[in-house]
Write a protein that binds this ligand. Sequence first.
Ligand SMILES: [Zn+2]
Ligand SMILES: [Zn+2]
Length: 385
Amino acid sequence: MKIEINTKNKDFLVTLFKEYYFKNIGLLSPPIQMHNREFGFMTFDGRVIRHLTFSKIGSLKAYIIQNVPSDIFCSNAYYQFPTFPINEKRWRGADMIFDIDLNDLTLPCANEHTFYICSNCGVVSRDLINLCHECHSTKILKNTIPCFRCINSLKKETKNLIEFLKKDFGIQEQNLEISFSGNTGFHVVVFQNNYLLLDSKSRSDIVGYLMGKNLSPESLGVRNDKRGYRIKIPLSGYSYGWRKRIVQKMKIPEVSNDQLNKFIKKMGGYQSFKNEIDKIAYELGLKIDPQVTTDIHRIFRMVGSLNGKSGLSKIVCNDLDKFDPMNDSCFFEDDRNVDISMNIPLKFSIKGKKYTLDKSISTVPISVAVFLISKRLANIVNSSS
Ligand SMILES: [Zn+2]
Ligand SMILES: [Zn+2]
């Protein structure tokens, strides 16, 4: 969705984003086989520019400082001709990518920090609206400020994904890159050659597996027909993958035909066993965005770039446990203050400081202003030093 942004806010963000890239341009590192990648940008006017190529990191950096995009993307795919239309690019493989986002986790706390913003007039509501009550526009943007619990849930889900990739797919730790998206999620990229050439369908199968789709008693060797259920222990046993997870979760003691039979009987039969598997699949299955992983032509946010929806940086997390997005991803120096007016009263924390802002004009550090204006929750009033 194209998001309208007023000129004063836009000018303020452009100046600060430019300053960020001047000071932190080193955070943008060249992707592997840079000359085979497609680059894309989002402008502050909401336009998407795609099908560009840069063979050297220096020319990319020069472009960024000159044009100051709101968002910077690079293809996960490698192409022979990155600037050509999609069908003529000659696809040569793509890194496997995963997106873990708050939108897919549906946490109970979401209502406490989700906002609905009219992208026409800027009115903010804490309640879900489809129509702006001020200007009747239907262009409503959803925005959220993840809380501590949200971040912990995202980290937990990311760790689960990494465990699946390592244990079930044999992907080595050194071939994984874990990063904070700069807004409400984490990205995981697999740089491992044997996954590079997988087509969209194969990637979709992997996502289905990770999400625990289509698991059934049959997956564990339990079949049902008119005469009742029959058990045939799979040759490869229950020592890895989903079978192991299910057997462990159900606490089935020693998996023999007899034991399993007793267990299912005690449970109430085939249907109850099936229901329990569905429950476990939902509970342990990953909540990831399938579209991101199955898209083999995607342009994906670049590490080291700013996220235009938050003003925070997408950065690699070397220690997921210790990572604090509102501190470690905020690179704006608070050497100046600016005046902002809020569209809604708000309490939040950034860089270890708590802020309680009402609807009157407040003087705040640069980091606060960039974050809240990017979130469309505040407007710049003027700059003061
Ligand atoms: Zn409106
Ligand atoms: Zn939360």
